[in-house]
Write a protein that binds this ligand. Structure first.
Ligand code: BGC
Length: 503
């Protein structure tokens, strides 16, 4: 097989399929995956905090008083650029940090990059928990964002590298599972701290320290991946770690593959430039579009602003937090479903089924908000409130077994070795950029488009499902190093990029 112009032997799939799942792989994965929990906690905490009276009175008094005025438009109550900046600054910092993390992951190792992530996050938590003014709050969020940028770059790579091939998909989804657990944990915390007026928000923001400290301790305890150790010249240590992780002394073949991969990687001096070669365009285009599409489902409108959306339809404060807990639980459980289904029914079927489910639930939500909530109307009756909650759960569950985990899994498996880390870096960067845009633009769009924002997301779901139908190849059960031969060269559209020398 030709990879990046260098010849490599095909992976012996059977040998790799037999590799044991050893205790060191299990404990290391669990410790590293906490990076996902840190990300999830930061995603989940801001919505609850920004709807706490104590927080609004201290930092955004104008939003608080607007919230009290019945005469104001329902849809515009929470539209405040500063309030959005509190949520979205994290993603802007994260997408910038991820580009530096591509360097540290390669040159200092995955473990060191996780330690840097933990350090940034702990400092950010201190700023946030002790915040006296808006500037301290935003600085804290930016530091947390750097933590997320470094962690999201290193953790998925770490998980993929230590996993035996047969469970690489499952271990990859462990990252997303931790994201959803982090979001649920944040919702639970907000549920408790919302009763601690006026300082509950401080506790919510400070408890982000738990996943941050755990990730830091975890990073101190784990060893780096054999791939990274060998790539950075620590051959003996890399060999010892590989034996330990595979639970056998018979590592010759995998070791040779790692040595070869490391040689190839050293010869590719500019991985980001390599990514632009014609033959690498199919995975690059797909990785970028998957991230844009993941955010265009509107999931983070729900994750960040569930409380605002539920309040709009007339949920009381407690019921709002309670409902956020329900959607948080649906998110975790449905992600678990996908860990089982993804290698059985395949990626495409999950994405297509979810497309139909998300489209239908968004249409119902659009109609209920459109017909029932006018600018100064009374709130919805009990029946409609329950309908909105059920439709939100249907939407979240569909996302959680499709675009949520697959948005991270597919980019990690479709690039050839030579561009895999650069490709992953671009994917994380685009993901956080789109998350930033959604976080910053959601409330003004809700204010201007009103219920039309849900119709917009429904329309995007149609576009992305058509893309999946025609352009996303099935990668289930395809060995990662065989993608070029078995996927790209056979696809009705993408094969044209691999004709000739592919430059
Ligand atoms: C997305 C996040 C989202 C989360 C929800 C992740 O895959 O990248 O933006 O908030 O899923 O569970």
């Amino acid at each position: 097989m030709q990879i990046g112009g260098f010849s490599m032997a095909a992976w012996p799939v059977d040998t790799q399929l037999e590799a044991e799942l050893t205790p060191i792989v299990i404990t290391s994965s669990m410790m590293a995956a906490i990076g996902g929990m840190m990300f999830g906690y930061d995603v989940g905490i801001s919505g609850g905090v920004t709807s706490m009276d104590g927080f609004l009175i201290k930092f955004f008094p104008e939003v608080y008083s607007r919230n009290q005025e019945e005469a104001d438009s329902n849809y515009c109550k929470y539209d405040n650029q500063g309030l959005q900046l509190f949520t979205s600054s994290l993603y802007l910092a994260g997408l910038t940090a991820t580009l530096f993390a591509a360097y540290t992951t390669r040159n200092l190792g995955r473990r060191m990059t996780m330690l840097i992530a933990g350090g940034f996050s702990i400092t950010g938590v201190i700023f946030n928990g002790a915040a006296q003014n808006l500037a301290m709050l935003i600085v804290g969020r930016i530091l947390l964002g750097c933590g997320v940028g470094f962690a999201n770059q290193a953790v998925p790579v770490f998980l993929s590298e230590i996993a035996p091939t047969r469970i690489r998909g499952g271990l990859n989804i462990l990252f997303q599972l931790n994201v959803t657990i982090g979001i649920l944990f944040a919702n639970l915390v907000n549920y408790g701290t919302s009763k601690l007026n006026p300082w509950g928000w401080r506790l919510s923001l400070s408890l982000a320290g738990i996943p941050a400290v755990l990730l830091t301790l975890g990073a101190l305890l784990i060893v780096d991946t054999p791939n990274s150790l060998i790539e950075r010249g620590h051959l003996d240590e890399g060999k010892a770690v590989l034996k330990n992780m595979r639970g056998t002394d018979d590592i010759e073949f995998e070791l040779n593959q790692l040595l070869e991969a490391s040689r190839v990687s050293h010869r590719v001096k500019h991985p980001f430039c390599n990514l632009l070669l014609r033959r690498n365009r199919p995975p690059l285009i797909i990785a970028i579009l998957l991230q844009i599409f993941q955010q265009c489902t509107g999931i983070n409108m729900i994750m960040f602003y569930t409380l605002v959306l539920f309040k709009l339809v007339g949920f009381k404060s407690n019921a709002t937090l309670y409902s956020a807990l329900i959607t948080g639980m649906v998110n975790v459980l449905s992600t678990l479903v996908s860990t089982y289904l993804v290698d059985w029914v395949g990626r495409r079927l999950l994405l297509l089924e979810a497309g139909v489910q998300m489209f239908l639930s968004l249409v119902v939500i659009t109609v209920v908000y459109g017909v029932k909530i006018t600018d100064h109307s009374d709130k919805l009756s009990q029946g409609y409130v329950v309908l909105v909650l059920v439709m939100t759960c249907l939407f979240v569950s569909a996302f959680a077994w499709s675009w949520g985990p697959l948005g991270w899994l597919v980019p990690s498996e479709i690039f050839p070795l030579e561009t895999r880390s650069a490709g992953q870096s671009v994917a994380v960067c685009v993901n956080l950029l789109c998350t930033f845009v959604v976080a910053q633009a959601s409330l003004p769009t809700l204010c201007h488009l009103k219920y039309g924002i849900f119709a917009f997301f429904a329309g995007s779901v149609i576009v992305m499902s058509l893309f999946v139908l025609f352009f996303l190849p099935e990668t289930k059960n395809v060995p990662i190093e065989d993608m070029t031969e078995r996927v790209w060269k056979k696809h009705w559209y993408w094969k044209r990029f691999l004709d000739g020398d592919g430059n």
